[in-house]
Design a protein around this ligand. Structure first.
Ligand code: NDP
Length: 448
């Protein structure tokens, strides 16, 4: 499967040991494919057991979360924290609350996060956590009690120099606030151990917009370098209208592009005149979804109840921003057939391996999530710096740093791609650039 026998051996072992973890194996497979060149060229990687070590989480904590619902009934959920790799800094990565959360998904996310964090150039290791708790339909009191009980266990495993969690799917300002409040009460310290906090108690300006904005800064660089073009009048489709998708759409509009397709979990909307993002914001202020109501207000738009139909909308640029494996091979074929020339991942691993290969084979410019969506964790890193300094930066200062970091991530991925393969292969470029930093740190720190 891989050219390197060493990688084939390890992958066989990891597949046997983790046979029930498809998402994690998918992430390892994608990474190994990108590593083939480098492993063959540098025998020290094998001598020092780097690959065996890098694919195994340093620690996984699994715990019971008990809480009482509004009817007075005791509920039990399962919580996790995967502390993947701390070679270059404290573990850092989001917390996801979603009924699909399991160890496989959190391991894949923690693994990806490790390389993403390395790409930002900031001193942050990789981790991820969450619970199979479904925030949908829960009252504010239930959310608060769940977050507090989740933190009652998590607090003993985290700390400002140990592990700094943040938000992810199902976890935003409100949930971070409830978790932070409980952490502070237990440890009696205001050390800003979570990022994505509210502005009144140590949060950073631009954090809520950072992943979506960063994605567009990255796409801007791709367009400039590969096509010598900007985003003016480009037709963009975006899947997912959550924290990442919505701010990606708003930044795309600001940069002169037209967002003509947008989806949520109930389906997608095609508005050739450009989706009215202010209307989407209004509609999502009270409920998480906009798609079923949008056409009542904009009758020229078309609603389709299939989330997959987003990939059938003819566009220049596609940004998958919802969840893992949401862009399958059929979607990739449709994008190519309809003239799309650039796909940049806003979500983590939204494109299946088969779809990624298809897009690359058809010469579509493609960037992986670990590069494209690194803006969120980059501003989380800047939030840590501001907390440590006890001094907040202005909106413009943080936004400028974010734009600079995204440009640097593109440059690193581009340079490595050019050095080892085709300059357009940002999957290989981003993986190698992230890996090299962690590899060097692991070598210098010995076998630990
Ligand atoms: P949100 O929960 O804010 O938004 C995701 C939205 O997409 C939810 O409303 C979800 O609905 C919906 N959704 C789920 N499946 C589909 C689908 N197939 N098509 C369309 N919509 C769908 O999460 P985020 O925006 O924070 O995260 C999105 C992705 O980006 C995840 O992969 C996350 O790991 C990644 N990411 C997030 C960062 C951040 O800063 N928030 C940073 C880097 C990466 P429902 O809840 O009903 O499932």
């Amino acid at each position: 499967m891989f050219k390197s026998e060493y990688l084939n051996e390890i992958f066989k072992g990891v597949s046997q040991r983790n046979a029930t973890e498809p998402e994690y194996l998918q992430a390892v497979e994608e990474f190994f494919e990108a590593m083939d060149f480098i492993v063959m060229a540098d025998p020290k990687i094998q001598e020092h057991g780097i690959m065996e070590r890098i694919i195994e989480p340093e620690r996984t904590v699994k715990f019971r979360v008990t809480w009482i619902d509004d009817q007075g009934k005791i509920q039990v959920n399962r919580g996790f924290r995967v502390q993947f790799n701390s070679a270059i800094g404290p573990y850092k990565g989001g917390i996801r609350f979603h009924p699909t959360v399991n160890e496989s998904i959190l391991k894949f996310l923690g693994f990806e996060q490790t390389f993403k964090n390395a790409l930002t150039g900031l001193p942050m290791g990789g981790g991820k956590g969450g619970a199979d708790f479904d925030p949908r339909g829960k009252s504010n009191g239930e959310i608060m009690r769940f977050c507090q009980n989740f933190m009652m266990e998590l607090y003993r495993h985290i700390g400002p120099d140990t592990d700094v969690p943040a938000g992810d799917i199902g976890v935003g300002f409100r949930e971070v606030g409830y978790m932070y409040g409980m952490y502070k009460k237990i440890v009696n310290e205001s050390t800003g151990v979570l990022t994505g906090k509210g502005l009144s108690y140590g949060g950073s300006l631009v954090r809520k917009e950072a992943t979506g904005y960063g994605l567009l800064y990255f796409v801007q660089e791709m367009m400039r370098v590969y096509r010598n073009e900007d985003l003016k009048n480009k037709r963009i489709i975006i899947s997912g209208s959550g924290k990442v998708g919505l701010y990606a759409a708003l930044k795309a509009r600001e940069l002169g592009a037209k967002v003509i397709g947008l989806s949520d979990v109930n389906g997608c909307v095609h508005d050739p005149n450009g989706i009215d993002l202010d209307l989407v914001k209004e509609l999502t202020a009270s409920v998480p979804e906009f798609s079923t109501q949008y056409c009542e207000y904009r009758p020229n738009a078309v609603y389709n109840p299939s989330t997959l139909a987003i990939w059938d909308i003819p566009c220049d640029i596609a940004l998958p921003c919802a969840t893992q494996n949401e862009l399958p091979i059929e979607g990739a074929k449709s994008l190519v057939a309809n003239g799309c020339y650039l796909v940049c991942e806003g979500a983590n691993m939204p494109t299946t391996i088969e779809a990624t290969k298809y897009l690359q084979h058809h010469d579509i410019l493609f960037a992986p999530g670990k590069a494209g969506n690194a803006g969120g964790v980059a501003v989380s890193g800047l939030e840590m710096t501001q907390n440590a300094m006890h001094y907040p930066w202005t909106y413009a200062e943080v936004d400028e740093k974010l734009a600079h970091i995204m440009k640097e991530i593109f440059n690193k991925a581009y340079d490595e791609a050019r050095k080892y393969t085709d300059h357009r292969n940002l999957v290989i470029g981003a993986n190698i650039a992230g890996f090299m930093r962690i590899y060097q740190a692991m070598m210098e720190q010995g076998v630990v």
